[in-house]
Design a protein around this ligand. Structure first.
Ligand code: CA
Length: 264
């Protein structure tokens, strides 16, 4: 397997702070985007605490036999070891948020989304098995041969209304509740983490992003930009995605992580 990746984050044009955080760990086949929420800089703390906890656990549990590390939640046979790693990492991040709030009660109410992709090199025959984990409205997209599809469904009020047929795409885009997430890492009880398997082929690209991109730039435009490989290189593709969000007003922080599978 050979994979290249690139990441870029930008505060956008209307906010002073950047409450998004990301981790890019190609050495362990793992990437993550978190979009923090909370007043008085708490959103920045939330996304950073979550990224450190999730990426930290993924590193600690990489390449070790299942019995060699402590699994605070046990191994879930339905998820297998890779899925359990992701689930455990997200739950530990939720606990880490609790611990930070305990230390500093002014952080109470902070929360963060999280979307991650884990590749399992050597496991597939002619493809790379992947797992996507998410909580909230940060997204994972799969780009394959010019076509862009979503690997995640937003945990948001808007998405629930659309699924129920109560709101159309255009109404949803301008709805005052469009930023309301129905799941997040927020401390307290264990989060409901959605884990989705995918099989990646040679040439596939996976895009992780915060809603500073996806709520501003429509999927067709995202697909056009991501399609501009190879002439531009992944770095320029990430820059073009951020530029497109800023051209749309840049109302929110923008984070993009782009992964390309060159060899399976
Ligand atoms: Ca956001």
């Amino acid at each position: 397997m050979h994979v290249i990746s690139q990441a870029l984050t930008h505060p956008g044009l209307r906010r002073d702070a950047n409450e998004d955080s990301y981790a890019s760990s190609p050495d362990i086949g793992f990437w993550l985007v978190c979009d923090g929420m909370g007043g008085h800089a708490a959103g920045e703390v939330a996304s950073r605490v979550a990224v450190d906890a999730i990426d930290g656990f993924m590193r600690d549990s990489d390449g070790v036999a299942a019995h060699d590390i402590t699994w605070p939640y046990g191994i879930d046979v339905n998820l297998g070891v890779p899925g359990t790693r992701l689930m455990t990492a997200f739950r530990l991040a939720n606990r880490a948020l609790d611990a930070r709030i305990m230390d500093d009660p002014t952080l109470r109410g902070m929360a963060t989304t999280a979307v991650a992709v884990l590749l399992q090199p050597g496991e597939g025959d002619g493809y790379v098995p992947a797992l996507v984990a998410h909580v909230g409205d940060s997204r994972a997209y799969l780009w394959r041969q010019g076509h862009l599809s979503r690997l995640t469904r937003d945990h948001s009020w808007i998405e629930e209304q659309k699924a129920a047929g109560l709101l159309g795409e255009d109404e949803a885009r301008s709805h005052p509740w469009r930023n309301l997430v129905t799941r997040a890492l927020i401390g307290g009880g264990d989060p409901l983490v959605e884990i989705t398997p995918a099989a990646l082929e040679r040439g596939d690209r996976v895009l992780l992003c915060s809603d500073g991109l996806s709520s501003v730039v429509v999927d067709d435009v995202v697909a056009d930009i991501v399609s501009r490989r190879p002439e531009d290189g992944l770095e320029n593709v990430c820059q073009m995605l951020v530029d497109a969000a800023n051209a749309g007003g840049g109302p929110d922080n923008i984070t993009v992580v782009l992964i390309e599978v060159d060899e399976v």
